[in-house]
Design a protein around this ligand. Structure first.
Ligand SMILES: [Zn+2]
Ligand SMILES: [Zn+2]
Length: 333
């Protein structure tokens, strides 16, 4: 029986009717498999939540999900019922992020969730799993989206800091994943002075540290002495970039770390002086290379810009279809 018969794309998520399990559902369900902790994938209120221990820790921190948590470390198999087995494989997106691998009757389906192929010191690297059906994200599914190497973006950030010792560089970065990756990459570039945090980033940075990710000397902005922040690097959530909070900082150079910084208009909208193109999603080349490497019989595309990728598959004689799932929001980038 073809896999398309036992996995059913619904508007609220991918559904396995035989086992009554949902993957990243946008509504509360009795049993959910959750790929990672970003809000558009991980929601509270499920009866049972199956996810990596790291993702469950992130969900507990963000939404207080505790009851019904079913930890599933990568590569450990779980029987879902109706002859279906699931296991998780690292997705390289954020700490704990995983692809869902589903097997039934000799057939295999891989749901990538959000993923990237670039090295990231804060999480396990994406693991390619050959499959019959690949269900891939497509957040940056347009040929114009080719992310530059992160080392160059970090070098631009450090150069801006060095060039203006009386100002600070204020980097907007999402609290889960982006902030910790930016800090870890700044450390990898050899910068070991304190890095200052908006209070909203503190708990997640601590969670990463508790999971063995070294962020060096990070401190809270509220602990800084007057004048101490000149020439320093400060991180905040994107929403704080232009609000009252940032007025206490010494003439900040406003930066933002996001794949969307490729789009000039987005940088202008946010008043960003120093756009840093740093993405935790696969770019166009990574998306197409992954489809080519795994050579699935079918590719189902979701979560982003699907038309260009469907067209690319057709050009390469690969079967593809776009899924119409709701509730996925690319803002977590
Ligand atoms: Zn995500
Ligand atoms: Zn997402």
């Amino acid at each position: 029986m073809p896999a398309s018969s036992w996995i059913s794309p619904q508007r609220e998520g991918l559904y396995l009717p035989g086992a009554d399990v949902w993957i990243d559902p946008s509504i509360p369900v009795p049993r959910a498999l959750v790929t990672h902790g970003h809000a558009d994938h991980a929601r509270g209120g499920h009866g049972t939540t199956i996810a990596t221990p790291e993702t469950l820790a992130i969900m507990a921190l963000r939404y207080g999900v505790g009851e019904g948590a079913h930890p599933l470390p990568c590569h450990q198999r779980i029987e879902l019922g109706d002859g279906m087995v699931a296991w998780l494989a690292p997705a390289g997106h954020v700490l704990g992020s995983a692809q869902v691998v589903l097997e039934r009757g000799g057939e295999r389906v891989v749901v990538t969730g959000d993923y990237k192929r670039r090295p990231d010191p804060t999480c396990a690297p994406f693991e390619p799993v050959p499959c019959d059906i690949l269900i891939t994200e497509a957040t940056f599914g347009l040929p114009v989206f080719v992310h530059p190497p992160i080392a160059g973006e970090i070098a631009r950030l450090l150069a801006a800091r060095a060039a203006q010792p009386r100002r600070c560089v204020l980097v907007g970065a999402y609290a889960l994943g982006k902030a910790q990756r930016v800090i870890a990459e700044i450390r990898r570039a050899g910068y070991d002075a304190p890095i200052w945090l908006h209070g909203a980033l503190e708990a997640m940075c601590r969670l990463y540290r508790d999971h063995g990710v070294d962020l060096g000397d990070v401190r809270l902005v509220t602990e800084a002495e007057k004048g101490e922040l000149a020439g320093q690097i400060v991180l905040c959530p994107p929403s704080a970039l232009n609000d009252r909070w940032s007025r206490r900082l010494p003439d900040p150079v406003t930066a933002m770390a996001s794949g969307w910084m490729r789009v000039r208009q987005r940088a202008v909208q946010r008043n960003v002086e120093l756009p840093l193109i740093i993405s935790d999603h696969a770019d166009w080349n990574e998306l197409t290379a992954t489809i080519r490497d795994l050579a699935p019989a079918q590719t189902w595309i979701t979560h982003g810009r699907d038309d260009a990728l469907v067209h690319w598959c057709a050009l390469h004689q690969l079967q593809a279809r776009a899924l119409d799932l709701v509730g996925y929001d690319d803002e977590d980038e």
